[in-house]
Design a protein around this ligand. Sequence first.
Ligand code: HEC
Length: 171
Amino acid sequence: MRNHDLVFLKHFSMVIVFLIGLTVALILLGVYINSQQEPEPNPVAERAMAERVRPVGAVYAGSTGAAAQAAAAAAAAAASAGQVAYDGTLDGSVIYANLCGACHTAGAAGAPKLEKAAWATRIAQGMDTLNKHAIEGFQGAAGVMPAKGGNPNLSDEQVIATVQWMVDNLK
Ligand code: HEC
């Protein structure tokens, strides 16, 4: 009876060991087969890539092309129309009256009034420096001159014309 038990135990353990080995072998086989598989394409990644390699512009040819170009030009003109300050005037007196004078006429916030005494040392810096300070803005001892007087839609030319007008009209 005891002997039978021992034999049974021996065979049973062998079966268990065999099954464990079979399990490990099947797992390894599964991993191997899976690694041979082509990965499924990811639709999100595919869309992102198509977006990245999309051409920047489109080609318009013939009459559709001419119409599209005319529409684009009209849209650009309409968009820029609102962005030119004071109708793009290069008349310094107009820009000064509408914008710069708010500070410079009364000397608000430390702005130099249009008086020769207030401008002598400033003019001595040279017109280029004055223009640069008016265009880019300037923190001086007296206060802050905002870039383009605070209106970014002014063109550099308009600011330069206004600075020239101010310097020409000192009292
Ligand atoms: C918000 C008020 C304000 C407005 C608006 C303003 N300025 Fe000034 N501006 C100043 C102040 C303040 C200074 C003096 C800064 C300092 O020297 O400390 C100054 C200085 C200047 C100077 C002298 C810079 C230098 O180097 O000494 C010029 C040129 C000038 N402004 C041009 C203009 C023009 C052109 C405009 C309109 C487009 C304009 N400013 C609008 C406040 C203003």
